[in-house]
Design a protein around this ligand. Structure first.
Ligand SMILES: NC(=O)c1ccc[n+]([C@@H]2O[C@H](COP(=O)([O-])OP(=O)(O)OC[C@H]3O[C@@H](n4cnc5c(N)ncnc54)[C@H](O)[C@@H]3O)[C@@H](O)[C@H]2O)c1
Length: 274
């Protein structure tokens, strides 16, 4: 059996799409997981795991759940573009509760950030992990805030983080953009394993995408945590290369469809800003 962490691992968002995949795959590797979500866990709770319902907005519950944990895989929260007021509780206050729990326990955090924290970068300009935040909505803004919180807790409190800017993690590629952004479930799982088992991570940023030839991204901390994706969107290219929208804004920016949600500019800004 593969190596398992010595201390329990807290997995938030366990009832969501990625949480369910991780619960299944990590439990199969012999991990002791504390699963939590505001929604009931829809599957059988895997052996070695427990499920406790909790709202990320309830700091006391989150502190209790994290007691004794060495790692928090933080996948819970609002995962799509929503009005600001809906995002504040789970993604802003909730994240503060996660980092306070990590500080108390001396735990490391993997934060499921998103490409939407940088979504208004042009597709044509390859990005390094140190690029400017360019959120494409309130959801992306909450992810930028989350990454900055991770950075603050590292410099101020020594809490380690792996900040994963997930592209598109789905069972299969669905359109042309995903030829650049797709992250397979197996690569997501191995990334969580390496982020947890790596000796040190400091505060690292990783582009959460498989080995896609059409990637928008380069240079991150993957080597230092020993992660290399094994899958690729490339075999899907013949099927999806022409599957694009009829929106020039959506096709211009890395964030795709999120960039035009609630868009009210009369004319788009000129060329690349950075
Ligand atoms: N799937 C992707 O391609 C992708 C891309 C970028 C980032 N991410 C991030 O990865 C994480 C998981 O994504 P997903 O696709 O599984 O999303 P999901 O919506 O399926 O799962 C999120 C889970 O968080 C839970 N949640 C929401 N509010 C909560 C609250 N107040 N308290 C406790 N739990 C709450 C939901 O019930 C849900 O089960 C999210 O943070 C998302 O932003 C995912």
């Amino acid at each position: 059996m593969a190596e398992a962490p010595q201390k329990p691992v807290l997995l938030t968002g366990a009832s969501g799409a990625l949480g369910r995949v991780l619960a299944r795959n990590l439990a199969a590797q012999g991990w002791t997981l504390r699963l939590t979500d505001i929604a009931p866990f829809p599957d059988d709770v895997p052996p070695g795991c427990t499920f406790t319902p909790a709202d990320l907005d309830n700091g006391v519950d989150i502190l209790r759940l994290a007691e004794g944990c060495g790692m928090i895989l933080h996948f819970g929260g609002i995962s799509v573009e929503r009005p600001f007021e809906e995002i504040v509780g789970p993604n802003l206050r909730g994240l503060f509760h996660i980092y306070e729990a990590a500080r108390r326990e001396g735990a490391r955090v993997l934060f499921a950030s998103s490409n939407h924290s940088i979504g208004f970068h042009e597709r044509e300009v390859p990005l390094d992990d140190s690029c400017q935040f360019m959120p494409d909505g309130y959801y992306g803004l909450s992810k930028a805030y989350g990454e900055l919180m991770g950075r603050m807790y590292w410099y101020k409190h020594g809490v380690e983080s792996v900040l994963v800017r997930i592209g598109s993690s789905f069972p299969e590629v669905k359109d042309a953009r995903m030829l650049s952004t797709w992250l397979s479930y197996d690569d997501l799982t191995s990334l969580c394993v390496r982020a947890t088992l790596a000796g040190k991570t400091g505060c690292s940023v990783i582009w959460g995408a498989s080995d896609n030839a059409r990637t928008y991204w380069r240079h991150d901390a993957r080597e230092s945590i020993g992660w290399a994706p094994k899958d690729s969107a490339d075999p899907f290219a013949p099927q999806f290369a022409g599957v694009v929208s009829d929106s020039p804004i959506q096709e211009r920016y890395q964030g795709g469809a999120y960039t035009i949600m609630g868009y009210s500019r009369k004319t788009p800004p000129p060329g690349p800003l950075f």
